[in-house]
Design a protein around this ligand. Sequence first.
Ligand code: SF4
Length: 314
Amino acid sequence: MTVKQLQNEILNLKRKVDITILAHYYQAIEIQEIADFLGDSLILSRIAKEKANTEYIIFAGVDFMAETASIINQDKHVLLPNYDSCCPMAAYLTPEKVREFKKNYPELPAVVYVNSTAAVKAECDVCCTSSNAVKIVKAMKEVHNVDAVLFGPDANLADYAEQISKIKTIKMPENGHCYVHSQITVEDIKAVRKEHPISKLLVHPECVRDVRNLADFVGSTAQMYKYAKDSPSEVQNFIIGTEEGLLERMAQDFPNKNFYVAKEKLICHNMKKHNLELIKYLLENPEDKNHEVKVPIDIAKRALIPIEKMLSYS
Ligand code: SF4
């Protein structure tokens, strides 16, 4: 069966089942094409809460995103096409580590990146995404009247929030990182800029500071998408420092612009564990409990507090 035939079968099935399909920008393009909603983690969190009015939600993303959707939609069934799709960055921070940091810095609020487990969120004061990390850190300084915050698990995003807000972030832990974004080096950027000299460089805040400092724009996937969309027509060329899925999306949506990867093979293999066959299976078998992400109710209730706090600030 061709990809097109499989996509058509999925679209036909979707008319008969009470299901919303959410997909992250890092999904393969054929999954992005059949999704009801597409976005980064903040957009998808909002959509899960405000627009996914169905009994079932298929979440083509990694486990923490499905957990977040489940926490804010406790009456719905959130399904992961491949249950093993996890984010290695989230594994850098455990609830025990957060409690240890809070014990050492009892006066500081704990800001947690949404790329974290529900159990970790439940220990923290407020969540953030790569779109709103700076805004959240500034809000915590005001609300708690402090000069620093605890921040985890991504040390690069913490460093970015500190660089822009000038508010100290104590990294929980020092070495948390995303293996996709942190592999981009200054040498990679120099090489790609030599090849495409008249280009805007857009990078994700999960990149290291030396790479971020070379960029024309630092932002989340949704912000990079908007930057390219809103750029004047004479700005034609963009080097993209994030997972390749976003580049595919932009190349399709903005055919008059040129997009180049900051480095070959910027692929999140964890995001790419889903496929159309698995999505079709879930449309036919939405009640299969092996694919359902359910956060224990006591953890869900506590994790909801920092998520809602973040949404109220965004
Ligand atoms: S791109 Fe990085 S942060 Fe995002 S899911 Fe993959 S490993 Fe996690």
